[in-house]
Write a protein of this length. Structure first.
Length: 364
């Protein structure tokens, strides 16, 4: 099978989904599975659904259309704020979207009416992470205007934390979200269906019993696909951290010095890499590089292998102390963090293989 390749274990993703959904459901929280890091991979979405998530969310319409074309039968949520230029596609493809701009809601209203639909929206409020969202002081006046729009139904209130500024979900900001939801309900004179509080960064708060009872919806991606909460990147109990494994092939294997010879300047990426004096080392050049993955986000599964660096097309690994005898044509396996997984899934040069019930399939 061709390399480099990303091996995706769908059984492990299903297991992780079941673990996370079980925890959240115990606290009255419904889980929407997030597929954006996998570019809307249909197999991943199906595994999440088998594991109990109620719906699928993604940040890109292209990914949602991919899932629809593959026959994934569920409701879809658009996480990234809709572009004004694409409201027709949003209404056609998505059941619910997150919104913070009145002009976009007006356009969604028009698009929905033209199609005889009602488009559901979650109003996004900014609780301090300073990415998307209505500022809390502006929420009620904003909602009054939005509630007048035909073809649009305000389904809930949500916020996003930890993704931009690293603001952690805690009892204070989650209580503030509940307070704002109560203000919104008084404005609308009805109860909201969703108070969407957290992503994977909120799992510790949920497990500790600190999540306010009215928070009833979570959008979970990384904890399912990588088995880690995102506040401290710690492995989550009863989940797999190796549902995704990168395999790359050894193209060259030679003993060379560990420190470059001659005068040095910037590398191809404008950096000044540092090299540790390790004496002569056995260096393996692999057929994956910065054009494909985030080198700093890789960890060799062989603890004796050490990543020395990478260029656009090569990964350089010290295999002097690797287990067994490495030869040209062998493959080395790597675990990935979120950034590396995102890059690998996005790269057209990394083949994607799924594994289910022990059977591996190749795909592009």
């Amino acid at each position: 099978m061709t390399t480099p390749r990303l091996v995706i274990d769908l059984d492990k993703i299903e297991h992780n989904s079941r673990t996370i959904v079980g925890l959240c459901n115990q606290h009255g929280i419904e889980v929407t599975g997030v597929t954006k890091v996998t570019c809307g991979h249909p197999g991943v979405a199906q595994a999440m659904l088998r594991g109990g998530v109620s719906s699928i969310a993604d940040s890109r319409l292209e990914n949602i259309r991919r899932l629809i074309s593959a026959g994934v039968d569920t409701g879809f949520m658009l996480l990234r704020l809709p572009a004004l230029s694409r409201v027709d596609e949003v209404v056609e493809s998505v059941a619910v979207s997150l919104n913070s701009e009145l002009a976009v809601l007006e356009a969604l209203s028009t698009a929905a009416q033209q199609r005889g639909k009602v488009h559901e929206v979650i109003l996004s409020v900014d609780l301090g992470d300073l990415r998307e969202g209505i500022w809390p002081d502006d929420l009620v006046p904003f909602a009054r205007e939005a509630a007048r729009l035909p073809g649009v139904h305000i389904k809930g209130l949500g916020t996003n934390l930890a993704c931009f500024a690293g603001v952690v979900p805690d009892e204070d900001n989650m209580k503030r979200l509940v307070e704002l939801a109560a203000e919104l309900e008084r404005c609308l004179e009805r109860r909201l269906e969703y108070i969407s509080g957290v992503n994977s960064s909120g799992l510790e708060l949920i497990a500790a019993g600190g999540m306010p009872a009215r928070i009833n919806h979570a959008r979970i991606g990384e904890a399912i696909v990588l088995g880690r909460e995102t506040t401290h990147r710690k492995p989550w109990p009863d989940t797999f951290q190796d549902a995704f494994v990168l395999e790359a092939e050894v193209l060259e294997l030679k003993k060379k010095p560990s420190v470059p010879l001659g005068s040095r300047s910037e590398d191809a990426f404008g950096q000044h890499p540092e090299f540790e004096q390790r004496g002569e080392v056995l260096r393996a050049l692999l057929n994956v590089g910065r054009e494909d993955i985030d080198v700093e986000g890789l960890t060799p599964q062989d603890p004796g292998a050490v990543i020395l660096g990478g260029s656009s097309g090569y990964l350089v690994v010290d295999v002097s102390n690797a287990a067994g005898s490495i030869r040209v044509g062998d493959t080395l396996a790597f675990s990935l963090n979120y950034a590396a997984l995102l890059a690998a899934m996005t790269s057209a040069y990394v083949n994607k293989h799924t594994r289910q019930a022990g059977v591996r399939l190749e795909e592009q």
